[in-house]
Write a protein that binds this ligand. Sequence first.
Ligand code: NAD
Length: 263
Amino acid sequence: MQGLLDGKVAVITGAGSGVGRAAALLFAEHGAKVVCADIDLANAEATVAMVGDAARAIRCDVADPASVDAAVALAVAAFGRLDVMYNNAGITILPVPGVGLRKLVDAPADEMRRVQEVNINGVVHGCQSAIRQFAAQGGGGAIVNTASVAGLIGYGGVVYGATKGAVTSLTRALAIEVADQNVRVNSVCPAGMLTHYSGMDPDSPHADRIRDGMGRAHPLGRSIDPRDTAAAALFLASDLASNITGVNLPVDGGLSAGRKTGA
Ligand SMILES: NC(=O)c1ccc[n+]([C@@H]2O[C@H](COP(=O)([O-])OP(=O)(O)OC[C@H]3O[C@@H](n4cnc5c(N)ncnc54)[C@H](O)[C@@H]3O)[C@@H](O)[C@H]2O)c1
């Protein structure tokens, strides 16, 4: 099979779990060499063990620009170049047990600051680092960001949604800024997925029941799997999408398209 990323080198942040791990496996299956960057090195290494020789792990806190630069430098040192930067790492503000999602007026400042640092600044740092490397290689390259359906419609926590709205906005504006360097910038916007990030265990005995409940909110009736989001990222990273930039692609079973009416 001809891979969609044959000969390409990708850095994936948040590759130790969920969407990032699914993307590392899928990108490698499609011929890419991947650097798995995660704040949790043991989990990044576990992803690398699943991928094999085509992957390397590095501890990376995307909130720290030097840490992101180091992940890009590893891609160049290990595999010779960078073609795809997948800024996927993100965190949420978890519901408080017995209270649920806190309202904006009750949101603690330190929690708000950290979610902004990771979800907004982390993507900015990934874009900066990648654009510098793409320029050093003579131009070209693809950036994919993981935003959220919360960046497209009101959905869940306000501060989290604002960070993802920042990512969708950045995606459009940056796509225009770097188009003349033949760098493409797109994002994927998933609806809720059962991953560790929401404080849930995707392998728990109740996971399928929870997924069924999540899927009922979607016109297509199924919950979103991390592999669905990874597949959208693969397409946007690949040359199949060579004339697509500035797009925020929902991966949400139709949720953001509108509501069912009638009956
Ligand atoms: N799960 C959902 O419901 C959902 C919905 C929409 C969007 N998203 C987004 O998808 C992306 C991936 O989340 P996921 O669901 O796979 O969650 P996950 O928790 O399974 O994976 C996130 C990974 O990011 C890593 N990480 C956290 N902070 C980091 C940092 N500062 N630097 C580097 N790595 C860091 C974590 O260690 C983890 O391995 C996030 O951007 C998230 O906001 C998730």
